[in-house]
Design a protein around this ligand. Structure first.
Ligand SMILES: Cc1cc2nc3c(=O)[nH]c(=O)nc-3n(C[C@H](O)[C@H](O)[C@H](O)COP(=O)(O)O)c2cc1C
Length: 156
């Protein structure tokens, strides 16, 4: 099994979460590739059993443009996207907290609840990340056992 951890991070918090998710996958003997949104070349979602997509939220609940471009670049809605992100409740309380995580979950009709982390995950939120990642991987293992369908359009 191979997974991708794609993320956008300006000040490092989402990147820390991404690294923890990748590390958790590797500890479970699953190959995890990293993708820096807006920097690395385009990806082919069909190469991965699951794609973890990480984003921060800014500007009153907005999704950063780089993440919107990443979504457009993919061009369809894969059904194996698991969404995570970092936010800060000081910017609008629970209503706007990690709003872009909610938006991406809705857009992709994600099978998994979004993982929302308050700023840096270090010093108290690591367990939440481990449990969420394990939950996604457990589902992916069981889905992979039943079908290889990742929602991709048929190849020509
Ligand atoms: C101008 C600005 C607006 C922000 N607006 C929100 C927001 O609406 N909701 C939220 O949850 N976090 C908001 N944040 C907090 C960031 O999402 C948070 O600091 C996050 O950890 C940054 O991630 P990064 O370190 O990966 O760049 C805002 C931060 C800034 C600087």
């Amino acid at each position: 099994m191979k997974v991708l951890v794609a993320y956008l991070s300006y000040s490092g918090n989402t990147e820390e979460i991404a690294e923890m998710i990748a590390e958790n996958c590797r500890q479970a003997s699953i190959e995890a590739e990293m993708h820096r949104i807006g920097i690395d070349p385009p990806i082919d979602p069909r190469n991965y059993e699951v794609i973890f997509v990480g984003t921060f939220t800014w500007d009153r609940g907005s999704t950063p443009d780089e993440v919107k471009d990443f979504v457009l670049e993919i061009g369809y809605k894969p059904n194996h996207m698991a969404i995570f992100g970092s936010g800060d409740t000081q910017f609008g309380g629970d209503e706007l907290f990690c709003r872009s995580v909610d938006k991406l979950c809705t857009f992709y009709k994600s099978k998994w609840p979004g993982l929302k982390i308050e700023q840096s995950p270090r010093g108290g939120q690591e367990k939440k990340i481990i449990e969420w990642t394990e939950g996604v991987l457990d589902d992916v293992r069981s889905i992979a056992g039943k079908s290889k369908n990742t929602g991709a359009p048929p190849s020509k």
